[in-house]
Design a protein around this ligand. Structure first.
Ligand code: AP5
Length: 226
């Protein structure tokens, strides 16, 4: 079912690796016709293309560190310039540093927009290692699954597109996931205070079921866009 929002929204999903940003962003995209902009996905596409930015990003992503603001902002600005983002966006995994947050504020100000809501998905660190290590996605449509928390209805077949090939991310191992968590706490968690100051921060307990978290997010999105 899709619903039309009365105002274009700029939603930010904050949260550590495995918090459910991608899972929830895709559900919000389907529900409200918003566009999911995942800097992780954009960077993985650049890596796959083998562009100079992609090659530089690859080395950093493999260690679980953060790619430079310069590369991330160039990739994001390119994507934000495409016309399909007019109805609104869900920023999944961006911003991740104070520099990225300031650049986003500037970019939105240029087009007379504001952040509609920055939603922090609150989770336990240890559970995140399990979520990340058990994750896999459909190689055809990108739908995300988990070995125990979100299996395909029919083993080996994607629920969404019927694809039969799946893939796992190179950085989804316990060691790299711990480094990604460290980077989150050092660089990204401080942004929660930034958005609180701007009056747009919302928090969601993201330890519940995927459906329960989705319901809480829908309520927030509707109230923030009324
Ligand atoms: P990115 O791709 O953004 O990875 P991440 O932030 O580490 O987040 P994840 O994709 O791991 O987790 P998620 O929150 O989306 O969880 P998901 O929904 O998949 O970034 C990768 C790398 O790119 C970074 O390390 C960095 O190097 C670089 N990068 C990206 N953006 C950058 C930026 N802005 N600046 C600098 N560098 C950047 O869920 C995980 C699993 O759990 C799934 O299997 C899912 O089915 C399951 N699950 C989800 N919700 C629940 C639930 N409620 N209960 C049980 N299971 C659940």
């Amino acid at each position: 079912m899709s619903e039309v929002l009365t105002t274009p929204a700029v939603l930010i999903l904050l949260g550590p690796p495995g918090a459910g940003k991608g899972t929830q962003a895709r559900m919000l995209e389907e529900r409200f016709g918003l566009i999911q902009l995942s800097t992780g996905d954009l960077l993985r596409a650049a890596v796959a293309e083998g562009s100079p930015a992609g090659l530089a990003a690859k080395a950093v992503m493999e260690t679980g560190g953060l790619v430079s603001d310069e590369i991330v902002l160039a990739i994001l600005k390119d994507r934000m310039a495409k016309p399909d983002v007019q109805a609104g966006v869900i920023l999944d995994g961006f911003p991740r540093t104070a520099g990225q947050a300031a650049a986003l504020d500037g970019l939105l100000a240029e087009s007379g927009q504001d952040v509609t809501a920055a939603i922090s998905l609150e989770v336990d660190d240890e559970a995140m290692i399990d979520r990340v290590a058990g994750r896999f996605t459909c190689a055809h449509c990108g739908e995300g699954y988990h070995d125990t928390h979100k299996k395909t209805a029919k083993a080996g077949t994607c629920d969404k597109c019927g694809g039969t090939e799946f893939k796992r991310r190179a950085d989804d191992n316990a060691e790299t996931a711990r480094e990604r968590l460290r980077a989150y706490h050092a660089e990204t968690a401080p942004l929660i205070a930034h958005y609180d100051k701007l009056g747009v921060l919302r928090t969601v307990d993201a330890m519940g079921s995927i459906a329960g978290v989705a319901k809480a997010l829908r309520t927030i999105v509707k109230s923030a866009t009324e």
